[in-house]
Each structure stands twice: as C-alpha cells, then as structure tokens.
Design a protein around this ligand. Structure first.
Ligand code: PRP
Ligand code: URA
Length: 210
C-alpha cells in the first residue's frame, strides 16, 4: 500500500478555510470540490492509459487515451458525494458507483446501508472518495468490498486523516495494490472518534445539518 500526502500551499490554504467553523455550507461544498480536483491530479497519476495517435492539422502525434474498462469512481455517501464533481470534472468518462456507509456514533463501527456498483469489478481500477479518514473503519470496509468484487487497483482520496486511522488502513491493506491520497494528516482522534483538529462532521457541514 502507498500513501501520498499533498504538499501544496493551495491545498493547505483551502483546507484551512474548510476547517474554519464559521465557513458556511455553500463555501464548504465549493471548497470540498476544489480540493478534490487538486488531489485528483495526484490520485490519477497511475490511471491506466494506452498509446494512441491523432492527426493534427500538421502531422501525426502520439499521445495517450484512458484505457477500457473505464475507471470506476465510488463516493462514500454521504460526505463523499461532496467530492464527486471535483473528480468527474477531470475524468468525465469515468463510471460512477455508490456505497452508502454510516458509522455508529457509539461503537464507531461502520455499516453499509446502500450499494449501487457493478456486480463484477474484475480488472477494474477504482477511485474511492471520502473526505474523512478517522478510525479507518469505513474506508477499510469500502476497499474490502471493492477488492472482494474483483477490483485490482484501488486509490482512495481523503481530505483529512487521523494518524490512528491511517495506520489501521495501512495494516489492513498491507501487500494490496491500494493507494491513499490525502490533503493532510492531523494530530489525533479524540475520545468520541473525531479528528483533531479536523473540521467537525463533514456530512453535516456539507449538507447544512448543523
Ligand atoms: C464519516 C466520514 C467517513 C467516516 C469516517 O461519515 O465521511 O465515511 O465518518 O469515520 P471512520 O474512519 O471512523 O470510519 P459518517 O459515518 O459520519 O456518515 P455521513 O457521511 O453520512 O455523514
Ligand atoms: N467523520 C467526520 O465527518 N469527522 C470526523 O472528525 C470523524 C468522522
């Protein structure tokens, strides 16, 4: 498993505004999308491509085209939905599937309440989107789900991770073809499973339920 933490002042700037408790939902949504687009540049570094040629008005040029089968983008509902547009803006031909997961606020265990994905993911390259990697339970369950369906190569994009959760994902995915791209790794998890300093509940802030 590979981990890449973005090291770019624009990412940190946008994350800083996202973290601010006074940032309203419309701005929060716009920033989540913009951050996804910035992180997508790194997350798609390994996107499968094949050599093609095109005719320019002057000569034949060699280039690359995204390979078949198309990449599958999987936002984890609810909060991952806030990152979807930022990703498909860069890969408009991607297929999109959905996983709905929620973690129990007491036990912190995730449950899957919705799934709309192709039955067979053999040989598929998947991109999982979820802004928060806290205990890591949701992301581990989501990646396990995709690998069990036959996905061969999974990249997850999260805006903020807790070190404890990142370590749990690294342990669970050891030796697997999994990449995690992050905007930041924060200090720690608190006693109720929130990332510190984090940004609070991403789903609530995206959808105005606070
Ligand atoms: C949040 C977040 C992740 C999960 C992270 O979702 O979007 O999916 O918690 O926590 P974990 O790493 O400890 O599993 P939540 O369960 O709050 O659902 P929501 O997106 O519907 O708000
Ligand atoms: N989910 C969130 O939305 N925020 C956290 O800090 C942890 C889990």
């Amino acid at each position: 498993m590979r981990v890449h933490v973005a090291d770019h002042p624009l990412v940190t700037h946008k994350l800083t505004v996202l973290r601010d408790k006074n940032t309203p939902s419309p701005t929060f949504r716009a920033l989540a999308e913009e951050l996804m687009t910035l992180l997508a540049y790194e997350a798609t570094r390994g996107v499968r491509v094949e050599a093609v040629t095109v005719e320019t008005p002057v000569a034949t040029a060699t280039g690359l085209a995204i390979s078949q089968p198309r990449p599958l983008v999987v936002p984890i509902l609810r909060a991952g939905l806030g990152m979807l547009e930022g990703m498909v803006k860069l890969i408009p031909t991607a297929e999109v599937g959905f996983l709905g997961m929620v973690r129990d606020e007491e036990t912190l265990q995730p449950t899957t309440y919705a799934e709309r994905l192709p039955e067979d993911l053999s040989n598929r390259q998947c991109f999982v989107l979820d802004p928060m990697l806290a205990t890591g339970g949701s992301l581990i369950a989501a990646i396990d789900f995709l690998l069990a369906r036959g996905a061969v190569d999974v990249t997850a994009v999260c805006l903020i991770a807790a070190p404890e959760g990142l370590a749990a994902v690294e342990k669970a995915m050891e030796g697997r073809d999994v990449t995690i791209v992050l905007g930041a790794v924060d200090e720690r998890l608190n006693e109720v499973g929130y990332i510190v300093p984090g940004l609070g509940d991403a789903g609530d802030r995206l959808y105005g339920t606070v």
